[in-house]
Design a protein around this ligand. Sequence first.
Ligand code: NAD
Ligand code: FES
Length: 283
Amino acid sequence: MYEITEKIELSHGVYQYKVRAPQIAKKRKAGQFIILRMNEAGERIPLTIVGSDEETVTIIFQEVGKSTNILGSLGVGDHILDVVGPLGMPTHIENFGTAVCIGGGIGTAPVLPIAEALKAAGNTVHSIIGARTKDLLILEKEMEAASDKLYITTDDGSYGHHGFVTQILQKFIDDGCAPDFVLGVGPVPMMRAVAEVSRPHKILTMVSLNPIMVDGTGMCGACRVTIDGEIKFVCVDGPEFDGHLVDFGELINRNRSYLKEEKMAVEELTYHEGEKCYERSPS
Ligand code: NAD
Ligand code: FES
């Protein structure tokens, strides 16, 4: 059992937890993730390891479905049944020169440890983080500390630049300041858009893919993606891939496979106010 030692609400329905898992904390590298399960029958949730200390790993998640809602109902001192990791390949870190790290919404969480590692490797790091509106922006201070310069965008113009994160990247390039390396993490349409901005300039652009995962060991095939015409499994071959080679259309279609079931599970989930339990409402 893995104890939750800290819980912070970063924005509405977005939580940062520290979970006691010393063995994972000692081994993990930037870009790796864990899979956790709250109970025997529970769904397995893959989450990037955002940071660690001697004892704990930090994860950030958004309540979007039944399992993440149950996870969000836990508090400090509660326990998670299983935590497996660190999983996936660590990010390839080197001194590229100038790196632009782009986080879209909750996708900013996986960007933070990579921006920190790129900075530690001697890169000049410019980061761009965006959200639909100011209240949904996360990790501003942390990203500022990890970057030489931080740019902020909101879709509604309530904070920072009014527009998408990709517009700032396009401006860098238009101004003759094309970076040597780009990292983009966020919703799939954003990652596709980032790759399309950098493609004509042949800038190495890595994206962190978020397909449906089950076992996390390369056995079940749930996280299958196509990269440059070849089948890859995100849990063991990724999660990061060259954005210019990803079949984003296939990823979007595969991620939609269980939308109906996910919606039904959330609708059936009802909370007993003030209690840390849940039940299905009568059908
Ligand atoms: P969102 O939809 O609010 O978008 C966040 C930002 O991304 C926007 O503010 C905008 O700047 C940019 N963006 C979105 N669509 C764009 C487009 N078509 N072109 C250019 N820029 C665009 O983000 P959210 O609701 O916080 O994101 C949730 C999504 O992020 C989920 O789909 C989740 O699965 C995904 N996610 C991905 C990872 C990953 O590892 N790739 C990790 C966490 C979350
Ligand atoms: Fe099963 Fe990757 S999650 S193969």
